[in-house]
Design a protein around this ligand. Structure first.
Ligand SMILES: *[C@@H]1O[C@H](CO)[C@@H](O)[C@H](O)[C@H]1NC(C)=O
Ligand SMILES: *[C@@H]1O[C@H](CO)[C@@H](O)[C@H](O)[C@H]1NC(C)=O
Ligand SMILES: *[C@@H]1O[C@H](CO)[C@@H](O)[C@H](O)[C@H]1NC(C)=O
Ligand SMILES: *[C@@H]1O[C@H](CO)[C@@H](O)[C@H](O)[C@H]1NC(C)=O
Length: 360
C-alpha cells in the first residue's frame, strides 16, 4: 500500500516535471525579450552586441541572471539597474566600461554576484558596493585598476569570491580585506604588486585559495599568512621573492598546493615546509637556489608532485625526499650544476611514476 502511494506520487511528480518543462518556455516567451538578448527559461537573460548601450529597461519579470557581453555600455548609470528587484546575478564583460555611478548599486541591494571582467575601469568609487550586504561573488579582473580604496569592500561580510587579477595594482592598504571573514577565494594574480602589508590577510580565516602569482613581490612579511588556517592553495610563483621569513607557512596546516617557482630564492630557511601534512604539490623550480638545508620537508604523506628544476644547486641533502614516500611525479632535471648525488637519494619513493632526473 505504502509502495503504491509512493509510486503514485513518483508518477505524479514526473508528470508535473514534464508539464513544467513544456509550459515554462511558453510562459516566459509571453514576456518581452529585449532585442539583442536571448531569454533562457530558467530566468537567465544573455545580451550580446555593440547595439547595447545600457541595461535593457524591460526584462522578463522573473529575470534572476543578466549577462551583458561585448556591448558598447561604458557607464553604469544611477538608474541602470533600477526596477530589477529579482535580479541576483549581473555581469557586464568585454565592454570598455569605464565609469560606475557612485550610487549605481543602491537600486539593487539584493545582488549576489557582480562580474565586471575585461573592461576599462581604472577607478571604482569608494563606497559603491556598500549597499550589497549579501553579495557573494565579485569579479573585477581584467581592468585597469591601479589602486583600490581601502573601504571598497567594507561591509561585504558574505563575500565568498573576489577576483582582482589582471589589473595594474601596485599596492594595497593593510585593511582593504578587513571583515571579509567568509571569503574563500582571492585572486590578485597578474598585477604589479611590489609589497603587501603584513596584516593584509588577517581577517581571511575561511580563505581556501590565495593567488598572487605574476606580480613583483620582493618579500613576504613574517606572519602574513598566520591567520589563513583554512588555506588549501597558495600560488605565489612568478614574483621576485628573494627571501622567505622562517616559518612563514607554518600555520597553513591544510595547504595542498604551494607554488614558489620562478622567484629569486637563493636559499630556503630550515624546516620551511614543516607542518603541512596535506601538501600534495610543491613547486620551487626556476629559482637560483644554491643549497638546501638538511631539514626542509616535514612529514607529507600525500605529496604527489614535486618540481625542483632549473636551480643552481650543486648537491642536495640525502634525506630530501625521505618524508614524501607517496611521490608520483618528480621533476629534478635541468640542474646543470648538480654533479654528485647522495647515493640513497631516491631509495624510498616506491610509487614514483614519472621522474626527470638527468644529471650531467
Ligand atoms: C564574451 O565575449 C568574448 C569575446 O569578445 C568571448 O570570448 C567570451 O567567451 C564571451 N563571454 C561570455 C560569458 O559569453
Ligand atoms: C522604474 O519604475 C518606476 C515606476 O514604475 C518608473 O517611474 C521609473 O521610470 C522606472 N525606472 C526605470 C529606470 O526604468
Ligand atoms: C558566512 O557564511 C556562513 C555559512 O557559510 C554563514 O552562516 C554566515 O552568516 C556568513 N557570514 C559571516 C559574516 O560570517
Ligand atoms: C620528516 O618529518 C618529521 C615530522 O615533521 C620531522 O621530524 C623529520 O625531521 C623529517 N625528516 C626529514 C628527513 O626532514
Amino acid at each position: 500500500m505504502i509502495k503504491q502511494t509512493m509510486m503514485d506520487s513518483y508518477c505524479r511528480g514526473t508528470l508535473w516535471l514534464i508539464l513544467t518543462l513544456f509550459t515554462l518556455p511558453y510562459l516566459t516567451s509571453n514576456d518581452i525579450c529585449p532585442s539583442s538578448c536571448l531569454c533562457i527559461f530558467m530566468g537567465a537573460v544573455k545580451c550580446v552586441g555593440y547595439s547595447i548601450t545600457d541595461v535593457p529597461k524591460q526584462l522578463p519579470l522573473h529575470t534572476y541572471t543578466l549577462q551583458l557581453n561585448d556591448t558598447s555600455m561604458t557607464v553604469i548609470h544611477e538608474q541602470s539597474l533600477a526596477n530589477k528587484s529579482l535580479l541576483l546575478r549581473f555581469s557586464l564583460t568585454n565592454s570598455h566600461l569605464h565609469t560606475i555611478h557612485p550610487q549605481a548599486f543602491y537600486v539593487s541591494p539584493q545582488l549576489k554576484s557582480i562580474k565586471l571582467s575585461s573592461n576599462d575601469l581604472s577607478v571604482v568609487p569608494a563606497r559603491v558596493f556598500r549597499p550589497l550586504t549579501t553579495l557573494e561573488q565579485m569579479h573585477l579582473d581584467g581592468n585597469k585598476l591601479e589602486t583600490i580604496s581601502p573601504d571598497l569592500f567594507e561591509g561585504l561580510a558574505e563575500l565568498k569570491e573576489l577576483d582582482l587579477s589582471r589589473n595594474k595594482l601596485t599596492s594595497l592598504a593593510s585593511d582593504v580585506f578587513d571583515g571579509l571573514t567568509n571569503l574563500t577565494f582571492l585572486n590578485l594574480g597578474k598585477n604589479s604588486i611590489k609589497k603587501l602589508p603584513p596584516g593584509i590577510f588577517h581577517s581571511l580565516t575561511n580563505l581556501r585559495q590565495l593567488v598572487i602569482y605574476n606580480n613583483e613581490l620582493e618579500l613576504l612579511e613574517a606572519g602574513m599568512f598566520d591567520e589563513l588556517v583554512s588555506l588549501e592553495e597558495l600560488k605565489i610563483h612568478h614574483n621576485k621573492i628573494a627571501n622567505l621569513p622562517p616559518q612563514v607557512f607554518w600555520t597553513l596546516r591544510n595547504l595542498r598546493v604551494l607554488t614558489l617557482s620562478s622567484n629569486q630564492l637563493q636559499a630556503i630557511p630550515e624546516k620551511s615546509f614543516y607542518n603541512m601534512p596535506k601538501l600534495s604539490k610543491l613547486t620551487i623550480y626556476n629559482n637560483p637556489l644554491l643549497s638546501l638545508p638538511d631539514q626542509l620537508m616535514g612529514h607529507m604523506p600525500q605529496m604527489r608532485e614535486f618540481y625542483l628544476f632549473t636551480t643552481e644547486l650543486t648537491t642536495v641533502p640525502a634525506n630530501l625526499f625521505a618524508n614524501m614516500s607517496g611521490l608520483l611525479h618528480l621533476n629534478f632535471h635541468l640542474n646543470y650544476k648538480l654533479r654528485e648525488l647522495p647515493s640513497d637519494l631516491f631509495c624510498c619513493l616506491p610509487n614514483l611514476q614519472k621522474a626527470l632526473t638527468e644529471i650531467q
